[in-house]
Design a protein around this ligand. Sequence first.
Ligand code: HEM
Length: 892
Amino acid sequence: MLSDVLHKLSSTISNQWTWWGNVNNEKDELTRAVLTISIVLLSIFFYLWTFLKSRNQISAPLPPGPCGLPIVGYLPFLDTNLHQQFAELAHQYGPIYQLWFGKKLCVMLSSPSLAKEVTRDLDTVFANRDPHIAALAATYGGFDIAFAPYGPYWRTMRKVFVREMLSNTSLEDTYSLRRGEVKKTIRELHSKIGTAVEISKITFLTEFNLVMSMLWGDTVDSKRADSVGTEFRAVISKIVELIAKPNMSDFFPILARFDVQGVEREMKRLVQGVDRIFDPLLESRTRMSRGEGGQENGMKSKGKKDFIQILLELKEREDAAIPITLQQIKALLLDIVTAGTDTTATMVEWVMAELLHKPEILSTISNQWTWWWDVIDEKDELARAVLTISTVLLSMFFYLWTFLKSRNQISAPMPPGPCGLPIVGYLPFLGTNLHHQFAELANQYGPIYKLWFGKKMCVVLSSPSLAKEVVRDLDTVFANRDPPIAVLACTYGGIDIAWAPYGPYWRTMRKVFVREMLSNTSLEDTCSLRRDEVKKTIRDLHSKIGTAVEISEITFLTEFNVVMSMLWGGTVDSQRADSVGTEFRAVTSKIIELAAKPNVSDFFPILARFDVQGVEREMKRLLQWVDLIFDPLLESGMSRREGGQENGMKSKGKKDFIQILLELKEREDAAIPITLQQIKAMLMDIVVGGTDTAATTVEWVMAELLHKPEVMKKVQEELSDIVGLNNVVEESHMPKLHYLDAVLKETFRLHPALPLLVPKRPNQSSIVGGYTIPKDTRVFLNIWAIHRDPEAWDDPSEFKPERFLSDAREWDYNGNNFQFLPFGSGRRICAGLPLAEKMVMYVLASILHSFNWKVPEGEEIDLSEKFGIVMKKSKPLIAIPTQRLSSLKLYA
Ligand code: HEM
């Protein structure tokens, strides 16, 4: 029985779980039941284990703090003046201590150095908010600036606010409005001379009118503004009071739905009050902007737009990366009006109270500051304006930080997606062609959806706009990789370029590679090496004229030899290179296949140590094999250095890439020292990543051309025109081969070498397409689906190179057009791009110019795909070359 179960377990895994749904006899059913129970038990064990482990893992202790009572924690001991109570507790427990408020752990910080740690050193980690239920209700669900989660939405809102309302120019343009308001207050106070006035009321109204006039220009008439201001004052003070009120629902989420203290209900009532004030003002403003009232905006006289006008315009823009709704505008207004009025008014009241308390200071100030009222020149006016603005800004800043308590809470929902089965998630339903299956799921669930692979959450993105969000707007967050165990095994623990975590190590490795191997000068210096390798291929093919050749074998060897000669500067002799290349091809395709194979160790970390499928073991075996190739080559590189013959490109006084790497390895002063293993990891990237991708691309182009003889004819006509039948192709011809370039681009569109790019892993939770993607999720960008999106492409499944010629848009490989990303985009875009483009074009042009090609008799071109990290043809392409150029000399 046990052996039966184990047998089923292993065959299950290798068949990727498809039998799960297709049991056809009782024995199978029994096995399935036993398997399910084992998985459940294993998972429980696993959860217990991870829980215990995570408890033991936290190396620094939690801060000290008072114990409080069971369940309610410190809540029953809270005073009304929290800030004073917290300061007293800090005397007892130190500048950092913890308190439990029900189920919520709170940490108080009360020293400048801790403030610096949180707001400077760990700024991005602590930049999130922890809005109370009351705050969420007051801000239409956290849509304002102050409570929005740290991410692109917050960034957009804040940018709009700071740039449009608080830029130097806007502040200058609105100076007269502020002056008008202050003058009005002085006039009003003058009319009350000798009678008692409530300072906060006067200051609130002044600040309120000031902010309102900056928002609305001068479209709200002053009487209406005053009455709105009085209403607003009452509402705002209640809102601010409610936000700060300890609320059971915040500390016991289970009680939240009952709203025991009625805080949420009361807040919603207040927000309705705010709506009653804002809605008519916004409606009349919308009518005005549409020209119904004739007057376009409140600052028309100066040809400027007031802030409301700008917000309303943003709302109407359909192409905005983050569209703004009316509710979001209101949330923003509420922030500005609340932060800009109550805080400032309160500060002024406090200053007045202190001054009245200390009459001697008041008299000094009134003597020194009389100019505040009696400005006599422009300089004074400017100083007064700057001071007023600084006070407003400082107060707003103060307000924004008052409610700071960090927690990684994101209010957007999780993406939709299929449920899958308990524990194993969607794993049993995975097919062989993941990119096709992902595209079908996108048709069902939309361009962003989630899947659970065991314990691992994956998100698949399949639209240009989502691609943009991830690789442009949130590039640094998503620049991390999520290497599977198999990949870690073959990259010496992820120390190569492609899988290294985003950070200084990756940056150094990538910089060394790009600067030393792929700079324009290096590419020029190595041009003759590439020419020699391509000539060799042409010679080789000529010797096989009339016989069937496997295209990918030829192209792999060519690309491999090109890369190897660039690395070793032509020092590896050609026969040795050819035999190494043939071995390498076999290993490379196994490595790439294994790296893409679903591995239960990745999805159930508890099983990783058992390596149930043997993927890790197999990968390590392949790596030993690669070591057997690289080690002697590296040793010969080292002995060349020792033996005086510095490098393979000595004749030109240049260093080959291996020499540069070996030199770096010996440098003791390097910021990030490079070891031999890191050099080998980088070589793996270059050789494995650079050859198979390029060779497969050439094979796809050839397959499409043999499938469409009319396109092949046009390509060869262009070659005859540009190169001439009496010449061989040179790299210098490439910029003129426009049609071949379009053919290559169209092939990349239909058959991108990496259909899901390299999976990304966000280093913090973020919102993409309105959904939360939690930290450490595995994120796939399905560029295969994007490249065939009918909304982005006409006849998306048709091979039509002309679209890259006739379309007025600029097409390149730099990842700026999010409809077309064959090399990825953003920081982790393909590092070998300049070489890849050169090599693929050069090899293609050469074999298409030197030979005519046909498929063997009775064979048909098969264009079906086989998924892998690199997407291959499911059947290798076989074709027969015949001589095209007249002179035999051109093949020598
Ligand atoms: C037709 C040829 C090639 C294609 C289609 C291709 C495509 C790609 C893609 C899609 C990525 C991942 C980008 C992302 O995740 O956004 C990538 C990464 C990479 N490629 Fe290429 N590549 C090609 C050739 C090469 C060559 C020739 C080299 C080196 C000589 C190379 C070196 C790399 C490296 C080092 C990375 C990792 C970059 C990083 O993570 O910073 N590639 N490539």
